[in-house]
Design a protein around this ligand. Structure first.
Ligand SMILES: [Zn+2]
Length: 229
């Protein structure tokens, strides 16, 4: 019973054999046997967790040499139905029934663009400091190779006093980089047809405390140009 594959119903003498079976036979599995139990999450809840990802990822981005390299953010008590709702339609979405774990990864420019849609914010992966002309960003491509951003969800379980307690944790792994931006702020380019006039004017105003504070704040859904006003 305990060592039954939930995906093909085959029974194994040990958990270890089941794990191996799943890895070999269902490596790219997308089927969630209990999918019908996962209710459609309300929009406010989806937005809450999208914003949480944005804030936590941006907090890991910085403007100096210490803020580059592999980073990881985790959200404890992350609802399973939200994770499934956000990622289940993606080509790289996978579910491991034995491990009770989902994963989904994004690569190169296509992945970067797709994540803008999934977290509903174009600038989720960049922070910039206009005064120092530096930016910290989630790395997808450089001259040498492309990099992956991976989202996963896994369940922890505690058995005590004949009760089972369960809690899911969502994790995002990525590579952070930082660099200088020159004449035009790179993040303003994609969706701004006539951009950086405002940006430049405000910069030359010898930024007051107010402007500095606004910039350093992480505000989802407000493009950088508007923060500057
Ligand atoms: Zn199986």
């Amino acid at each position: 019973m305990a060592n039954k594959c939930q995906l093909c119903k085959e029974i194994f003498p040990s958990r270890k054999k089941l794990v191996i079976h799943e890895r070999v036979k269902h490596r790219n599995n997308k089927i969630i046997p209990h999918r019908y139990l996962l209710i459609q999450p309300p929009l406010e809840q989806i937005t809450f967790y999208q914003d949480a990802f944005i804030v936590l990822i941006k907090k890991r981005l910085g403007f100096n040499r210490h803020s580059i390299g592999a980073k990881q953010v985790s959200i404890n008590a992350f609802p399973e139905n939200i994770f499934v709702y956000l990622f289940e339609s993606e080509p790289s979405f996978r579910y491991s029934s034995v491990q009770r774990k989902y994963s989904c990864s994004f690569q190169s420019e296509a992945g970067e663009q797709r994540l803008k849609q999934l977290v509903n914010y174009d600038y989720w992966n960049v922070r910039q400091d206009p005064k120092l002309k530096t930016k910290g960003y989630v790395l997808f491509m450089d001259n040498e190779s492309s990099y992956e951003v991976t989202f996963s969800w896994s369940q922890s379980e505690l058995k005590e006093n004949h009760r089972i307690f369960q809690c899911g944790t969502a994790t995002c792994k990525f590579v952070a980089d930082s660099g200088e931006f020159s004449e035009q702020p790179a993040v303003a380019q994609p969706n701004a047809p006539n951009p950086p006039k405002v940006h430049k004017v405000d910069l030359s105003k010898n930024s007051s405390d107010h402007i500095q504070r606004s910039y350093r704040f992480i505000l989802p859904r407000v493009p950088f140009q508007q923060i500057n006003h």
